[in-house]
Design a protein around this ligand. Structure first.
Ligand code: ADP
Ligand code: NI
Length: 218
């Protein structure tokens, strides 16, 4: 029997190996940050830390965007991996439910996470989309998709519905208004709300500076 620490350690090594070289925002470093965020949030919650840590580590292993829309691949890979480490079936089911629930994130859904462990991992994942890291990730993603940083003739207001956004090649700055600035109000836990507020203010200051520089005012 492996100890919980050994299971977490082995899982981290497995995910690191699997995702190294992923260039579009779901690389190992994203997982590491989400894992760290999750531990910080969990410290003030009454929760099963073993489940939180494993779900954080495994939450993006089969990201549907990179597997032709197959949303079942993540939970399946996680179940197979955890089964090979002889993790209890009940624990595997809880982790797979979290991964499944997390993947329903499109269309502006405020998908309900059915467990506190899931809410913690969702908060941790959302935190990594905002603040200084979130800014960097959004421009990295935009570059990956050959998008413009900003285009004053394509205003954020023109892309305020999800359908328009989904089918558009909107500049990266628009993504702030469509998604990133909305995330602070969607946090579940007190700790994440506090962290999100600080990251949110940082993004607002960034945007102000960005537009001042764009217009040659500063
Ligand atoms: P998650 O981390 O929840 O899986 P996504 O897969 O939606 O998030 O996106 C990964 C990263 O790419 C996030 O930082 C997100 O903000 C960024 N991103 C997603 N869509 C866009 C977009 N249209 N423009 C700029 N950045 C984006
Ligand atoms: Ni993620």
């Amino acid at each position: 029997m492996l100890t919980k620490e050994e299971i977490i350690e082995k899982t981290a090594a497995y995910v690191k190996e699997l995702l190294s070289g992923e260039g579009s925002g779901h690389d190992w470093w994203h997982i590491l940050r989400v894992w760290n965020n999750a531990k910080t949030i969990a410290a003030s919650e009454n929760t099963d830390l073993f489940i939180v840590e494993l779900a954080a580590l495994l939450h993006d292993i089969g990201d549907h965007k990179f597997h032709n829309g197959d949303e079942t691949i993540g939970p399946r890979m996680a179940a197979e991996w955890l089964g090979s480490l002889k993790v209890q079936n009940e624990t595997i089911d809880l982790i797979c439910t979290i991964i499944k629930e997390l993947s329903f994130k499109g269309a502006g859904t405020t998908s309900d996470m059915s467990s506190i462990e899931g809410r913690i991992v969702q908060d941790a994942d959302r935190l990594d989309a905002i603040g200084a890291i979130g800014i960097a990730r959004s421009f990295a993603y935009g570059g990956h998709k050959s998008r413009e940083m900003y285009n004053p003739t394509i205003s954020p207001e023109m892309h305020d519905t999800f359908e328009a956004y989904k089918n558009s090649t909107a500049p990266t700055i628009n993504h702030f208004y469509e998604k990133l600035l909305l995330l602070k109000d969607r946090m579940h836990t007190q700790t994440a709300k506090r962290m999100a507020q600080q990251r949110h203010e940082y993004m607002e200051a960034y945007l102000e500076q960005f537009f001042d520089e764009w217009n040659g005012l500063k």
